[in-house]
Design a protein around this ligand. Structure first.
Ligand code: NDP
Length: 444
């Protein structure tokens, strides 16, 4: 459609040197063109141009002093992308690769993801190019305090509610929350993923991984299959990967490979998650350790090799663009029949196309990994009510949200003449609600 193509061209021109942002926008716009055919009034209201431009982008300096007394300066960001359906919501990422392109791609995806959950939250994303790897707890605390000393003035429980992402887990959220509370003198739900002793929700830690598997299982069942007895490869060994592997194992699948950014482990007997948790959550060590501790398992240098491991179901849970066309070809050759994205945009555009052309059931991240933010919304609800729900209660709500998302995107794909294309289904279903809310609120 001419309008959509023209806006995408403009976006590329106006945002040069931002390949991840271009990639996410291209994928989304290719799907949502039919919505604009149905609603010509959207073009007149400049809806797409407004949707693609963040409402606000904050960039700031984060100075901190390491244990040796050396001063460092990192870049800090918060992209407050879209607040049409609720306060900005989305994680903070601490990783050396963080830049505006990555945060804008993540923020844009987040708008649609949050809409898909059916909860009232808008989209945002933030973070820093700070690398938490190898830093002491004291250095992490100092960095988090400096980061929050600027961020606090831009966020709030009804304005913008950040959470964790790559490099930001329970420890970092604790330090960030402590500093916010100290500066603002208020104990409120301004961050999610908080510890259970200070307002966190049970099942938030597990939510993204569990949710991914709930949605994947529902997708399989809708096509007469199930995870039981299947071989699964999960990339990553962080928050999403560990709990995806755990839930898949509980449902009777065998997880045979996991990785970190250095390499992957293969365990034909099924990965022992107690060992992984000890290495990754307790010791914060490298996955290579696993092979030294578990007889019969293997370690291979380099992480892309993980996609050459034969499996029925692949769950990429590490990072963006970790699964390219060559990897997709290797997976299909080895008989993969379903892919569920735990990470954000882990599959390149070409690889996604290849899966769809080859009849692989493909659950895109904005739907499949929405369980984390959905449970963050449940955490916000508990904070507002000063209530605390049981693990079972939160888990049941999470499961029902994930099952609901699958059926919504499945039905939408069907309605728009693309049965089984859950990329189209997710983009359109997520976008329709945001578009309607934006139209109702006028040109702002
Ligand atoms: P973590 O930091 O807990 O774990 C990330 C894992 O991915 C680590 O094992 C890390 O290895 C690995 N990894 C990172 N970069 C690379 C790379 N370039 N190549 C190979 N492996 C890599 O992050 P999360 O588990 O929280 O996040 C993982 C993905 O899921 C991200 O895309 C995130 O945006 C997405 N996500 C997370 C949600 C959440 O609730 N946490 C919610 C929705 C999406 P290493 O330790 O070596 O860096």
């Amino acid at each position: 459609m001419a309008y959509v193509e023209q806006v995408l061209e403009e976006l590329k021109k106006k945002n040069p040197g931002e390949p991840e942002f271009h990639q996410a926008a291209t994928e989304i716009l290719a799907s949502i063109a039919p919505v604009f055919e149905k609603h010509p009034e959207y073009e007149k209201a400049g809806l797409l141009e407004r949707f693609l431009e963040p409402e606000r982008t904050i960039m700031f300096r984060v100075p901190w002093v390491d244990d040796k007394g050396v001063t460092h300066v990192n870049k800090g960001y918060r992209v407050e992308y879209n607040s049409a359906i609720g306060p900005y919501k989305g994680g903070l990422r601490f990783h050396p690769s963080v830049n505006l392109s990555i945060l804008k791609f993540l923020g844009l995806e987040q708008i649609l993801k949050n809409s898909l959950t059916g909860t009232p939250i808008g989209g945002g994303k933030g973070g820093s190019d700070f690398d938490p790897k190898g830093k002491s707890d004291n250095e992490i605390m100092k960095f988090c305090q400096s980061f929050m000393t600027e961020l606090y003035r831009h966020i709030g429980q009804d304005t913008d509610v950040p959470a964790g992402d790559i490099g930001v887990g329970g420890r970092e959220i604790g330090f960030l929350f402590g500093q916010y509370k100290r500066i603002r003198n208020e104990h409120v739900g301004v961050l999610t993923g908080r510890g259970l002793t200070y307002g966190g929700s049970l099942a938030r830690k597990e939510a993204t991984g569990f949710g991914l598997v709930y949605l994947t299982e529902e997708m399989l069942q809708s096509r007469g299959k199930t995870l039981k007895g299947k071989t699964v490869v999960v990339s990553g060994a962080g928050n999403v990967a560990i709990y995806a592997a755990q839930k898949a194992t509980t449902l009777g699948a065998k997880v045979v490979a996991m990785c970190d950014s250095n390499g992957y482990i293969y365990d034909k007997n099924g990965v022992n998650l107690d060992v992984i948790k000890q290495i990754k959550e307790v010791e914060r060590a490298r996955i290579k350790e696993y092979a030294a501790r578990v007889p019969g398992s293997e370690y291979h240098e380099g992480c892309s090799g993980i996609w050459t491991v034969k499996c029925d179901v692949a769950l990429p849970c590490a990072t963006q663009n970790e699964l390219n066309l060559d990897s997709a070809k290797a997976l299909v050759k080895n008989g993969v029949f379903a892919v569920g994205e735990g990470a954000n945009m882990p599959t390149t555009l070409e690889a996604t196309e290849y899966f769809l052309e080859n009849g692989v059931l493909f659950a895109p991240g904005k739907a499949a990994n929405a369980g984390g933010v959905a449970t963050s919304a449940l955490e916000m609800a508990q904070s507002s009510q000063r209530l605390f729900w049981s693990f079972e209660e939160v888990d049941a709500k999470l499961k029902s949200i994930m099952v609901g998302i699958f059926h919504n995107i499945d039905a939408t794909a069907e309605k728009y003449g693309k049965p089984g294309n859950f990329v189209v289904g997710a983009n359109i279903f997520g976008f329709e609600k945001v578009a309607e809310a934006m139209m109702a609120q006028g040109i702002v």
